[in-house]
Design a protein around this ligand. Sequence first.
Ligand SMILES: [Zn+2]
Length: 146
Amino acid sequence: MRDKQRARVYRWGWETKRILAEKKCLPQMSATDIDIFVRRISKDYNITPPKIRLTKRKGAASGGEGNIILPLSWACQKHTIIHEMCHCILFRNKEDGEGHGSRFVRLNIEMLINYTELTSSELLRLARIHRLDIAHINECPQRVKV
Ligand SMILES: [Zn+2]
């Protein structure tokens, strides 16, 4: 799979996560909190909620078509869950061929604006610094209007 901006997306992610932590807006979530949060996002984007697996294993979190794996030691917070939900939504929309491509970045930015205390200007400023390709919103899955 071509995924040429993955390293840059990760660096951008660490910085945006650090900002949330500094704002004290990155609490550890319980299994119930995570379930509620994942269901809310799934409903907003009209996908079947993925199965969530919390693991004691160290290492990376992952998100794919039908499930998300979150290491208990570090990944049970909004920022990482949003990243993995982003993969799920793109998979469900058959748009994940590019990994952390321009659509991933746009969707991730939109979700961080909608579900966290990060602002659009903070997110876009850092995305420019990390030279991320960002798709137009119309190229991305959208939230279902209520
Ligand atoms: Zn990823």
